[in-house]
Write a protein that binds this ligand. Structure first.
Ligand code: 13P
Length: 259
């Protein structure tokens, strides 16, 4: 298995700077023994990034933001540019999370703009895709995912695509405790990889890390990551405590090394 395992915690709108620092301090010791090839990322809110970058310095923990604007600077009240993130010591950035799409009007077109800005600044994007319950039940999952990939990844070269991590997060599984079964998730991940092959060629598709997200917990991480096309996780609730996140990472590492 040549693909990396990337486990990222999306803290969403949780944790003050002091709370984030404390979590990372604890996490650092808890994950010290995890296999070094496992990439561990935490994605705090903007105001907590500085404290977390400082706390994670010199450790194996990488830091990501939860969004980025496409313009380099200017009159965009409330937004943050890729350069601002990069120069703050941030390495990753989540783009197009379903909560951004659902509550803040983000579209495949704005995902694409943000993605290009992130890549140009040398950030590693984690691009989120996923269908709603209504779309799954209506048999539209593949059409929705294909449109998200075609629109969100538009104009990217194969070289650019190699820098991108994808996160498949079925919207109906986020924060609901209702996880996709490993078989169901794998079938969808295989479809995503097939679509990447159509868009970018077999070699690129084989190398892209595709995470699963949606009620991933220590108890189901191993079985999910053991699936052929699942290369890690984007974790919400279970990433908010060092204990559960560390245990989840250990379980995911076990699932990965069995492949
Ligand atoms: P939960 O793990 O809380 O379901 O959230 C998943 C998610 O949205 C991560 O981005």
């Amino acid at each position: 298995m040549s693909r990396r395992l990337v486990v990222a915690g999306n803290w969403k709108m949780n944790k003050t700077a002091a709370e984030g620092k404390a979590l990372v301090e604890e996490l650092k010791t808890r994950v010290a023994a995890v296999a070094p090839e496992v990439e561990i990322v935490v994605c705090p809110p903007f105001t907590t990034l500085g404290a977390v970058v400082e706390a994670a310095a010199g450790s194996r923990i990488r830091v990501g933001a939860q969004n980025v604007h496409w313009a380099p600077n200017g009159a965009f009240t409330g937004e943050i540019s890729a350069e601002m993130l990069k120069t703050s010591g941030v390495e990753y950035v989540i783009i197009g999370h379903s909560e951004r799409r659902q509550y803040f009007g983000e579209t495949n077109a704005t995902v694409n703009q943000r993605l290009k800005a992130a890549l140009a600044a040398g950030l590693k994007p984690i691009v989120c895709i996923g269908e709603s319950l209504e779309e799954r039940e209506g048999g539209r999952t593949e059409a929705v995912l294909a449109a998200q990939l075609e629109g969100g990844l538009a104009d990217l070269t194969p070289e650019m695509m190699q820098q991108v991590v994808l996160a498949y997060e079925p919207v109906w599984a986020i924060g609901t405790g209702r996880t996709a079964t490993p078989e169901m998730a794998e079938a969808t991940h295989a479809f995503i990889r097939g679509t990447l092959e159509r868009l970018f060629g077999a070699a690129v598709a084989a190398g892209v890390v595709v995470q699963y997200g949606g009620s991933m917990k220590p108890g189901n991480a191993r079985e999910l990551v053991a699936q052929a096309d699942i290369d890690g996780g984007l974790i919400g609730g279970a990433a908010l405590k060092a204990d559960s996140f560390a245990e989840l990472i250990e379980q995911a590492a076990l699932g990965h090394c069995g492949k």
